[in-house]
Design a protein around this ligand. Structure first.
Ligand code: MD3
Ligand code: FE
Length: 213
């Protein structure tokens, strides 16, 4: 028998009804993915947005696609324009959309048509507190999340903020699809531990693909 050298990196792990971890699913895309990300960030640099409560987010963010998630003192919303430049967000690169559509299909969501990709950049100490993603118009569509660079511990909670979250380690190349009954569950990310990754240096990057409008 031929041993599968990639066993342990390419695995499908159901996390909950509607949520599945596709371990290493993004690895075959990583070169073009990172190159395309560089072009997005040239046009729409990472920035620290401010929450409606006036707090500067520790996660640096940008977007690509027809709609981008933004927050400022007036609230959270999707907007077709980058408020920093006044220009449209960069178009979603084909390699981004291809990866997201293929991952969604593997998880049972055929026909996923993301119009927004939020890009989060974590540095050591950066965290994302427990929240729900509910600014999208349509909760029937899943969210596809792609992790690149340094590993992180993801917090997967329940339908109530007080539900004790489960810790899910996420590594470079992992993809998670969240849909159906998992779509509105609380989630967050533990503070990033310092480290070095050959493709992202001292950062973790997360892409979340959404059907926003
Ligand atoms: C579970 N990002 O951008 S992605 C976000 O790693 C966000 O940067 C995290 O949460 C990150 O909003 C986690 C995983 C994720 C995304 C959406 C979900 C998990 C989810 C929606 C429902 C349940
Ligand atoms: Fe989220």
């Amino acid at each position: 028998m031929i041993p599968d050298l990639f066993e342990g990196e390419r695995r499908d792990v159901p996390l909950a009804p509607g949520a599945i971890l596709l371990g290493g699913f993004a690895l075959p895309f990583e070169g073009p993915l990172v190159a395309a990300l560089g072009r997005v960030v040239e046009r729409a640099p990472f920035r620290h947005m401010v929450t409606p409560g006036g707090h500067r987010m520790s996660v640096a963010m940008t977007n690509c696609g027809a709609a981008g998630w933004v927050t400022d003192r007036t609230g959270y919303r999707y907007d077709g324009h980058d408020p920093e430049s006044g220009r449209r967000w960069p178009p979603m690169p084909d390699v981004f959309a291809d990866l997201a559509v293929q991952a969604a299909a593997r998880a049972g969501f055929d026909g996923f048509a993301p119009d927004a990709c939020l890009v989060n950049r974590y540095e050591p100490g950066t965290r994302l507190s427990l929240h729900q993603d509910k600014n999208e118009r349509d909760f029937e569509a899943p969210i596809v999340s792609v992790s690149l660079g340094l590993p992180a511990v993801f917090l997967f909670g329940g339908s109530h903020r007080a539900d004790t979250p489960r810790r899910v380690p996420l590594a470079h190349g992992d993809v998670v699809v969240w849909g159906g009954p998992a779509r509105l569950r609380y989630h967050g990310v533990m503070p990033l531990e310092p480290g070095h990754h050959p493709l992202t240096g001292g950062h973790r990057i997360n892409l979340t693909f959404r059907k926003a409008t």
